[in-house]
Design a binder for this molecule. Structure first.
Ligand code: ADP
Ligand code: ASP
Ligand code: MG
Length: 400
C-alpha cells in the first residue's frame, strides 16, 4: 500500500474498450488500498492527427499555437478515463497539466518542467480521489500552455512520482517491457528483466521509443524506479533502476534512429578557431550537433562532417552558407544511425569489431562511427537501417 503513479500511452487508451481496460487496472490498484495518480496520453494517433490538421492550414504556425492545439488531445483522454472510472463506481477527478501544478519554462513544444506545485494533487489524494492527470503539458509563467516534446507523458509521470515521492511508477504501454530491439521490427528481440538508468537513457536517446529520454534522465536524478509493462497482458515488465545485480549481458539493445541529417562542409580553410565559429553559430540557434568528424588538413583545407536532427538540416546549411565562402556545403537526409548499448562493453574488447563484422557480412557501408563507454553508433544509408539492426542484433543476442 502506498502512492502509485501509473502512466498509460496513446495506444492503451485508443478506444472506449481500451479506456475501460485502463479504468479496470487503475481501480484494481486502488482497491488494494493504494492512492493512485494516473497520467494519460492522447488517444491513439490523436497528436499526429492534430499536427496534420495544423499543417493543412499553416505548416509554419507559431509553436505557442501548436501547444494550444496539441494539449487538447490529452484533455479528451483524461475526461474519458475519469468517466470510465466513475462508471465502475470509484471516486475520481481529472486534472489538466496546469491544474495539477506543472510549471514549465517557455520553450513551446519542448518545454522543461521547472517544478510541480503539489497542493492540488495532494488535496485530491487526501479526499481519496483517484486523480487522472493530462500528460505532456504544463503552463509557463505567462499562463500560456506548453508541451514537453513528443512522448512527453512519460516525463509527466516520472515528475509526479518524484515530486510526491511515490512508492511506484509504472509505465504501461503496448509491449510487455523494454526489449533488446524494437519487438515489432526484430524477430527474436528479448525482453529485459531489468536495465540501468544509464543504459536505458542511451537506448531512449538513440531511438528506442518505448521511454522518452527525458523521463529516464529525471528518474535517474530523483531515483524513481520505473516499471515498463503492458496494459493488455498482466505480466511483470522491465525494471529500470540503479546498477545492481543484473543479468550479465554484453549489450542490452540495438536501436535505429532515422531522424538524422548528415551535413558536410568540404574544402574548409584550415585555420585555428574555425570549428569554434561554426559550432557556436549552430548552438546559438539551438541546433544540437551529434557526431562530428574532421579530416586531416591538406593543402590548407579540410572537411568537417556532422549530424543534426532532420528538421535542423536546412537551417544548419543556411547558417553555414551565410558565414562560409569558398566551400561546398551538402546535406544528406537519407541516412540513419544504428547503435548498440550496454555497460558490458566497457570491459569487453572487440565489441566494436563484432558490430562492424555484422555490417560487413551484410554488405553495409559505414559512413561515420562514434563511441562512448556504453554505446557504439554508426551512420549508414537509411535504406540499410532495418537490415543493419537485424544483423547486429543476431550477432550479439543469440537465438533461443
Ligand atoms: P506509448 O504510446 O505507450 O507511449 P510508444 O509508442 O511511445 O508507446 O512506445 C512503445 C513502442 O516502442 C512499442 O510499440 C515498440 O514498437 C517501440 N519500441 C522501440 N524500441 C523498443 C524496445 N527496445 N523495447 C520495447 N519497445 C520498443
Ligand atoms: N501525446 C503526446 C505524443 O504523442 C505525448 C505522449 O504520447 O507521451 O507525443
Ligand atoms: Mg511514448
Amino acid at each position: 500500500m502506498g502512492l502509485i503513479v501509473q502512466k498509460f500511452g496513446g495506444s492503451s487508451v485508443a478506444d472506449a474498450q481500451r479506456v475501460m481496460n485502463v479504468a479496470k487496472i487503475v481501480t484494481d490498484t486502488y482497491k488494494q488500498g493504494n492512492d493512485v495518480i494516473v497520467v494519460v496520453s492522447a488517444q491513439g494517433d490523436t497528436t499526429d492527427d492534430l499536427i496534420e490538421k495544423a499543417n493543412e492550414i499553416n505548416p509554419n504556425a507559431h509553436k505557442r499555437e501548436m501547444d494550444q492545439l496539441l494539449t487538447a488531445g490529452e484533455q479528451i483522454s483524461i475526461s474519458l478515463l475519469a468517466m470510465a472510472i466513475e462508471k465502475l463506481g470509484f471516486p475520481v477527478i481529472s486534472l489538466l497539466g496546469w491544474q495539477a501544478g506543472f510549471n514549465t519554462n517557455s520553450i513551446h513544444s519542448q518545454a522543461r518542467i521547472k517544478n510541480i506545485k503539489p497542493n492540488r494533487l495532494q488535496a485530491e489524494i487526501a479526499k481519496h480521489n483517484i486523480v487522472v492527470v493530462a500528460g505532456f503539458q504544463g503552463i509557463n509563467r505567462y499562463d500560456d500552455l506548453t508541451t514537453l516534446g513528443r512522448g512527453g507523458s512519460d516525463t509527466s509521470a516520472v515528475a509526479i512520482a518524484a515530486a510526491l515521492k511515490a512508492d511506484k511508477c509504472q509505465i504501461f504501454t503496448d509491449v510487455e517491457g523494454v526489449y533488446t530491439a524494437d519487438p515489432r521490427k526484430v524477430e527474436n528481440a528479448k525482453k529485459l528483466k531489468d536495465i540501468t538508468y544509464d543504459e536505458m537513457l542511451e537506448l531512449a536517446t538513440l531511438g528506442a521509443q518505448v521511454l522518452n529520454n527525458r523521463s529516464v534522465e529525471m528518474a535517474k536524478k530523483y531515483s524513481v524506479e520505473l516499471e515498463v509493462l503492458s496494459s493488455l497482458n498482466p505480466i511483470p515488465g522491465t525494471i529500470v533502476k540503479e546498477a545492481a545485480k543484473m543479468e550479465k549481458m554484453l549489450i542490452r539493445g540495438v536501436t535505429k534512429d532515422k531522424d538524422v541529417a548528415l551535413v558536410s562542409i568540404l574544402n574548409l580553410q584550415d585555420t585555428p578557431g574555425i570549428a569554434f565559429k561554426i559550432f557556436s553559430k549552430l548552438s546559438a540557434k539551438n541546433i544540437n550537433v551529434d557526431i562530428i568528424l574532421q579530416s586531416f588538413g591538406r593543402d590548407g583545407t579540410k572537411d568537417i562532417v556532422f549530424t543534426v536532427s532532420k528538421d535542423n538540416g536546412p537551417l544548419a546549411v543556411e547558417l553555414l552558407e551565410e558565414m562560409l565562402d569558398d566551400c561546398k556545403i551538402v546535406c544528406n537526409t537519407d541516412v540513419a544511425k544504428v547503435s548498440i548499448v550496454g555497460a558490458g562493453m566497457e570491459s569487453h574488447p572487440g565489441t566494436a569489431s563484432k558490430m562492424f563484422e555484422a555490417l560487413y557480412e551484410t554488405n553495409i557501408n559505414i559512413q561515420m562511427i562514434s563511441t562512448s563507454e556504453i554505446k557504439i553508433s554508426v551512420i549508414i544509408d537509411a535504406e540499410d537501417a532495418d537490415r543493419a539492426v537485424s544483423a547486429v542484433h543476431k550477432k550479439f543476442i543469440p537465438n533461443d
